[in-house]
Write a protein that binds this ligand. Sequence first.
Ligand SMILES: Nc1ncnc2c1ncn2[C@@H]1O[C@H](COP(=O)(O)OP(=O)(O)O)[C@@H](O)[C@H]1O
Ligand SMILES: [Mg+2]
Length: 509
Amino acid sequence: MSTHDPGPAEGAVELRGIVKRFPGIVANDNVDFSVARGEVHALLGENGAGKTTLMSILSGAYRPDAGTVSVGGRTMSFRSPKQAIEAGIGMVHQHFRLVQPLSVAENVLLGAPSTFRLAGNATEDRVAELAEAYGIRVNPSAKIWQLSVGEQQRVEILKALFREASVLILDEPTAVLTPQEATHLFSIMRRIASEDRAVIFISHKLDEVMAVADRVTVLRAGRGVATLTIGESDKANLARLMVGREVMFRVARSDHDAGAPRLTVKGLIATGDLGLPALRDVTLEVRAGEILGVAGVAGNGQRELTEVIAGLRPAISGTVAIGGRDLSASTPAERISAGLGYVPEDRLGTGLIPSLGCIDNVMLKRTDEFARGFFINKQAAEAATSELVDRFDVKTSSLHSPVSLMSGGNIQKLLLARELSAGPGALVVAQPTAGLDVGATEAIRRLLLEQRDAGVAVLLVSEDLDELLSLCDRIAVMYEGKVMGVVGAAGADREQIGLMMAGTASDPA
Ligand SMILES: Nc1ncnc2c1ncn2[C@@H]1O[C@H](COP(=O)(O)OP(=O)(O)O)[C@@H](O)[C@H]1O
Ligand SMILES: [Mg+2]
């Protein structure tokens, strides 16, 4: 790349001194970022580092408070995404913007300038041609609602290519993909870059950045901290730049034998929010002193499984039992009394009440303990909460201020603290580290391992396969409401788990 002259036309994108403020936060603090044609450039940073904001400025969704944007050597002042698209900037967002009842080809065409309009079949042909050229596997006449999330993402990419984007931005694109789909996406990205276009790959996953990028720019707390070639990078130095200190990649996990089955679900059948089948005959067994992971692409029944176990969603048939006691007909409160702890995915929805403080949130589940007739013993409640907050290292300015003001990591610690303070025999945890910074992630993972070592049966649902591989004893893989198989986590084959996540059975026979 550096062998030829980098004339002004060479730079695909140049951002200089970008500042973007939101109330109470500087999301981008004087950031420089430049991308050349022909490269895959990773934009790496922890959650909240300012990656999406920076790219929203480049793609015309936000206007910067200071700084300049230039594309192909020309200074731009985009007032809308449309203007950015016209200048060749295409962005694939984390949440897709496709029209479900329309076909792939219709979506690709939608909103494209009229010069791109083609008659009827000609569009489908053109889309098929484009897909073919970039190795993008998708059927142009399929309706969006018929497609998997991974396929929908390919449609978004086709949309950008159809508009002849010379700079393609992908915002955390692998979050919704199986490992195989991610590998396929990387080959598409390389293909696009090889056409003298630029690809900007937003990610917080070091392995992926190392696998696909030519260069990487690291953002930390709104600032650009470094731009490196992949040749001069390794996971350890990127992690240090991203987090600002040394990072341990593996939490120490002791060897020990699991005990008897503690949490068992048998033959669970249940529907999802739209009344469609979500669980199709799920049977699992979590033993005392083990972490059983549940892997799968989002939306394959994992959430419904945790809700049925917690008693928040009715099962059509099947049983849930703790320590051999059938709880299928029990209320959520009865399940808690029977020793079930539950840390849901939406921490401030089902988990905690955002407008209440720590004390009230802790008391929600421990009313009995602190009740005096109709009243709560406030002093005792405050003392107990204060002890929990200390023990679990929850940082908060006051035990009385709304928990919604705390950071995600502290909210999660409080939620876990409350669930663990009841001394559960079984713990169901969903996406415990999603959106948390590296420090909080480490702390939460340690807590889960401590529970396992103390003999609790832990069911851990996570979309982060690396998290499952490093914490779990065994991993169950879900696909379309079914358990495709359960594998031992020690020496587990990522490739095999990936195939199971895509619906291929574990048993090759
Ligand atoms: N529209 C917005 N309004 C207010 N704050 C925002 C908005 N968008 C992002 N932020 C804040 O700006 C910071 C950077 O966010 P973002 O660019 O989304 O980070 P990243 O994509 O790296 O996770 C975060 O603290 C986030 O809460
Ligand atoms: Mg983002």
